[in-house]
Design a protein around this ligand. Sequence first.
Ligand code: EPS
Length: 388
Amino acid sequence: MSRLRYLTAGESHGPGLTAILDGCPAGLRVDVSAIDAELGRRQSGYGRGERQSIEQDRVRVLGGVRHGRTTGAPLALFVPNRDAANWGDVLAVEAPSAGVPGPERVDVPRPGHADLGGALLYELDDIRDVIERASARETAAKVACGAVVKALLSEIGARVVSHVVAIGGVEATRGMSLDDVDRVEASPVRCRDQGAGRRMIAAIDAAAEAGDTVGGVVEMLVFGYPPGVGSYVQGDLRLRSRLARAVLSVPAIVGVEFGVGFEAAARPGSQVHDPIVHDADEGYGRQSNRAGGIEGGISTGAPIVLRAAMKPISTLREPLGSVEMGTHRPVASRFERSDVCAVPAAGIVLEAVVALELADAALERFGGATAGDLAAAVEAYRRRIRER
Ligand code: EPS
């Protein structure tokens, strides 16, 4: 049973994005500037579009926090859209008055976007409704929730980090430690390897020049996550199935792999599995971490390692073919202001959804009305298995 859950609402060019984060234990420190810092990280990265120069995302906490601590009540978080001021009545809640023409309708769906599927599903005459909610702008709300639970994970000694390991076919070395975090954050493409980072930037420039877009791969690592979370007894309790679902909930993510990942399919078992060892002080461990910190659906205590593949942004300056809805006339797709590459930003969103899923799984496993309860239960379990 899920304990921690969140919902978001809001449109890309409406007044703002709202998130409700329910099930957060009481007594957790909430630092508004830390949430804003995460929102700022999401806005950055080489290859982003003009929208990011309009926004300067800041959260308003509208509920669930008092004097810097969660109260146990649902948190209500609001991230205003500064750009809303430039959109006039396009997103108005009220219908236009009789005789007043409404905003221009969007009737050409962009390939790869939710445009066509959404217009057909919801029987819409104007694709604008789809564009507004399917926009990756929504991920700001996810990041705000993720920032709150990152503090909860820190109470149990866990930290989620990420870096970019591929953009537009340029690959960088996988794997990072906490010592690499500053180097990753200093890179415009969030790449640990400076040479590969420069080639990634060149790939983004070339795509921009050609009116095209590029995707890539983000690697996430979770250090210090407690062992014993998740289970093999039902498929939906497996920690990998939970994380895969969370990762694939991020727009444009088309694949996920754990540990050695897809390479495991080609290797013999002896080069995939991790030998078990025992240390008098530390208890059980593994000699290697090819499994990526999860075996049998249960966290092992080793770093959780997963990668997500992001497809290129669907809006192309040099558009693919489409069809005008209504007339069925073949036309070139529309161009709407967008990013050339959002892989570095996706890393921040992926950190957030992974943090939310892992915090939920830990709460389900260890319980806790307060953050202190949770930390004490995790410590008791760590002690129990060390002594076995
Ligand atoms: C985004 C906001 C959007 C886009 C982009 C990401 O703002 P706007 O539509 O006003 O330019 O820049 O959205 C997409 C790439 C997409 O496919 O929806 C953001 O804040 O992340």
